[in-house]
Design a protein around this ligand. Structure first.
Ligand SMILES: Cc1cc2nc3c(=O)[nH]c(=O)nc-3n(C[C@H](O)[C@H](O)[C@H](O)COP(=O)(O)OP(=O)(O)OC[C@H]3O[C@@H](n4cnc5c(N)ncnc54)[C@H](O)[C@@H]3O)c2cc1C
Length: 390
């Protein structure tokens, strides 16, 4: 087995496959696992139990969220218990790498896969090392877990996302910013939202997702709400990265499948992708092990992987995508109305009952049943057309 990409999705799949006795190599283009990841690192608390992960990389637990409207109305929501936590992504990814290595996988860094070809007898990849040396490696099956780097998928005709949000984030020393805060509004982050999330030791991660100009938008947010963001040097530099959006079909082929953000397995509401990636890595490993059991690795065998992951995630991805696009069309006035509605119309109890960090469609459907809520989305909803779940 070759796994291309040592992010959470690739490392999880590698660990599962190695634990089942397969010979697994992970090839990562960066010089070390988890280096320079652009991510806020928020995961639901269940992730640790669900995937048997150690809580060592946790730096903050989240229980309270402040929501700031376009006209500076502030809502504070306190969940009955911590619902999520912020992890150090480098430590988180390295814990997954350690688990994969303990299970018998080999993880090679400075190993960029430049080419991939699929023949009747197997998959062959071209690997370029840190010194420019080139080698070829072969395997029965390859997993593409390359995040938002879609070059290899394009080479072999696998599907790639067509829609993206643009992310920007800075981590800086911001004492007194210990409460997670979300900012909404067309002037702040058109198409999505902005955030400030505590990152331990008086630091915060301030970022946003939007349709374009994420860096300029983030600078504006920092000026407006964070005194321009103190701190200099690398720590305070803004980093950008896209987030894949929308449901993908065609995440498998002969002897190959894509997992994680490479397969568009991200929450279309918030852009989070760690937990869906881990979930789908497990499904990928299950299906690949079944294929090894039959010694049959054709597209028809691996199609089962897409059937399973869509069975779990399709509704979430489609409903979330539609909802986020509806919200993106709201004027600042209507967003403000939503804030007022939340204070007066029994919305908070619905959130308390239905909110789940990773599964959002239940809450969305419950909110959309409120007439007052639907009124805010009138005509916006009609212009987007019906949502297709099939
Ligand atoms: C600003 C921002 C904030 C975010 N915050 C959160 C959050 O709070 N919570 C959350 O769940 N998600 C968040 N995300 C999304 C999250 O970071 C991704 O969904 C997640 O990292 C996807 O994991 P992955 O393993 O699929 O891919 P990645 O983590 O992107 O890993 C892919 C790996 O493949 C390697 N690679 C790529 N091409 C090659 C190649 N040709 N050869 C070898 N190696 C290769 C890359 O170097 C990388 O290490 C955020 C994203 C952004 C942009």
């Amino acid at each position: 087995m070759i796994v291309i990409g040592a992010g959470p999705s690739g490392l999880r799949a590698a660990g599962r496959l190695a634990a089942a006795g397969l010979d697994v190599r992970v090839l990562e283009k960066k010089s070390r696992v988890g280096a320079n990841v652009v991510c806020t690192g928020i995961v639901g608390n269940e992730v640790f139990d669900d995937f048997g992960l150690d809580r060592g990389p946790v730096i903050e637990e989240l229980r309270t969220v402040r929501l700031v409207s376009p006209f500076s109305t502030v809502l504070t929501y306190e969940h009955p218990r911590p619902f999520a936590c912020v992890v150090d992504r480098e430590k988180f990814d390295n814990a997954l790498a350690d688990a994969a290595v303990s299970a018998g996988a080999a993880v090679a860094c400075d190993a960029r896969v430049d080419g991939i070809s699929i023949g009747r007898g197997g998959v062959e990849v071209t690997v370029r090392d840190g010194q420019g040396g080139v080698s070829r490696q072969a395997a029965a099956v390859a997993i593409l877990a390359t995040g938002v780097d879609f070059g290899l998928q394009k080479k072999i005709g696998l599907a790639t996302p067509r829609d993206f949000l643009r992310g920007a984030q800075v981590e800086a020393s911001l004492p007194g910013r210990g409460t997670t805060t979300l900012f909404f509004g067309r002037d702040v982050a058109p198409g999505a939202f902005a955030w400030s999330v505590p990152a331990g030791e008086g630091k915060a991660r301030v970022g946003l997702l939007t349709k374009k100009d994420p860096k300029a938008r983030l600078r504006k947010l920092l000026d407006a709400h964070f005194d321009g963001c103190p701190g200099t040097g690398e720590e305070a530099s803004i980093r950008t990265k896209p987030v894949a959006q929308g449901l993908l079909s065609g995440t498998f082929g002969d002897r190959v499948l894509a997992v994680g953000e490479a397969a568009g397995q991200t929450k279309t509401t918030t852009g989070g992708g760690i937990s869906y990636g881990l979930t789908c890595a497990d499904l990928a490993a299950d299906v690949i092990l079944e294929c090894f059991g039959r010694s049959s690795f054709g597209a028809a065998d691996l199609a089962e992987y897409e059937r399973r992951w869509k069975g779990l995630l399709q509704k979430e991805i489609v409903v979330g995508y539609y909802t986020r696009r509806m919200c993106a069309r709201l004027s600042d006035g209507r967003i403000e109305s939503l804030f007022h509605l939340a204070q007066t119309d029994g919305i908070v109890p619905i959130i308390r009952e239905k909110a789940d960090f990773d599964w959002h469609s239940g809450l969305i459907f419950a909110l959309l049943q409120r007439l007052s809520f639907m009124k805010i989305f009138r005509d916006v909803k009609d212009r987007l057309g019906p949502v297709g779940l099939s």
